[in-house]
Ligand binder design. Structure first.
Ligand SMILES: [Fe+2]
Ligand SMILES: [Fe+2]
Length: 374
């Protein structure tokens, strides 16, 4: 057994004792929407081809009503290289601005640029002018590794940060820049470093995703002054657990993160980077993966959380298929609703009864998580 595997076993032994679940006063619910297509829904239903999008509801015991939007992973190139991703970002920002009733704020979750080029980041800032509501930012690796965050921090501000909004403590973390230096000894130029980060395969870019010692301390401090059953939303670019390390779909210090979070029963991690609908629970923490506006990544070949619902596979002939943004609302009593706003999917034909989402996972196993198989 290698050291990492040993750690993973320890993690689950400590944090997943029999019966440990998120706070039962918070209920996780799901609505399944069946969507039309050009062929006609009835015909597709008969043929068994109905695509499904899920909206996920999370109810907190206390709190006030508000809603916010999440957009991430726009991956903008300079306009003279590619306008396809620009069009999608524009569409998402326009739709966010058109939300009625309006969102309290927009969370931009990283990967605004494709290769960290200041021209790309400037283009992103220009497009974001469409959005008039307050916008919070956390970086993605594509924004960072050309100049190690200099342009990003100057334009969009540094992380971490904390905002208390209507009874919810919201913490934005930088999971991009806190891993040990992997690149200097390899003598990568800034462009080479960035290009290695821009691939799905993480072996050349290193295990760059981490919360890091300084932010772990920050997280501890921010939570120490917050009640253990009060709602917390952690905004991160990468997921705060080990989904698939080979693609950096994780943070390398997830064990330390969860040790800090373990006493808190109302923690939701909203993250980008994976470009796909994703849902997971570890101990008492829930994680929700967000859509990209740019392109959908496939599910990892292993380690897919058992509660994940299969996403609609993208039509390779339709650049707008399988991508979009998210609308999240906190309803009366502090109920948070996440609705994937997938471009190109139009009419909702069915709305299943609310369910707990925690007792039907026997029907949701795609491929067991690595940890679950140990
Ligand atoms: Fe991305
Ligand atoms: Fe990313």
């Amino acid at each position: 057994m290698d050291a990492h595997e040993f750690e993973r076993r320890e993690m689950h032994r400590i944090l997943q004792p029999s019966g440990a679940r998120p706070d039962c006063r918070s209920t996780w619910t799901r609505r399944s929407f069946l969507h039309n297509s050009a062929k006609g829904a009835a015909g597709l239903a008969a043929a068994g081809f109905l695509p499904i999008i899920n909206t996920l509801d999370l109810a907190y015991a206390q709190g006030q009503s508000f809603r916010f939007a999440w957009v991430s992973d726009t991956h903008l190139y300079p306009k003279n290289v590619n306008t396809r991703f620009v069009e999608k970002a524009v569409r998402a920002f326009k739709e966010v601005q058109a939300m009625n009733p309006p969102a309290d704020f927009l969370m931009f979750g990283g990967d605004l640029a494709q290769l960290g080029d200041p021209v790309e980041l400037q283009l992103g800032a220009e497009l974001l002018k469409e959005v008039k509501i307050k916008t919070y930012f956390i970086p993605g690796e594509h924004d960072w590794y050309l100049d190690m965050g200099a342009t990003w921090n100057k334009m969009f501000g540094a992380s971490p940060w904390t905002v208390d909004h209507k009874g919810v403590r919201i913490i934005g973390l930088d999971t991009i820049s806190h891993a040990p230096d992997f690149w200097t000894s390899r003598k990568y130029s800034p462009k080479e470093r960035m290009s290695h980060m821009a691939t799905l395969d993480g072996t050349l870019g290193g295990a760059w995703s981490a919360v890091g010692t300084r932010q772990l301390q920050y997280l501890s401090t921010q939570l120490a002054s917050w009640g253990k059953d009060r709602p917390v939303i952690l905004m991160t670019h990468t997921p705060l657990y080990e989904y698939y390390p080979a693609w950096n779909f994780w943070v390398r210090d997830w064990k330390a993160v969860h040790e800090i979070l373990a006493p808190y029963s109302n923690v939701t991690n909203v993250h980008g980077h994976v470009h796909q609908p994703l849902y997971n629970e570890i101990g008492k923490m829930r994680s929700i993966g967000m859509l990209a506006t740019s392109w959908p990544w496939p599910y990892a070949p292993e380690g897919v959380p058992t509660l994940t619902k299969p996403m609609i596979r993208a039509d390779p002939g339709d650049h707008f298929d399988g991508v979009g943004w998210s609308q999240l609302s906190v309803a009366g009593g502090g109920k948070v609703d996440n609705e994937y706003r997938m471009f190109g999917r139009k009419k909702a034909l069915a709305d299943a009864a609310v369910d707990s989402g925690t007792d039907d996972n026997r029907n949701q196993v795609l491929s067991p998580r690595i940890s679950d198989r140990l």
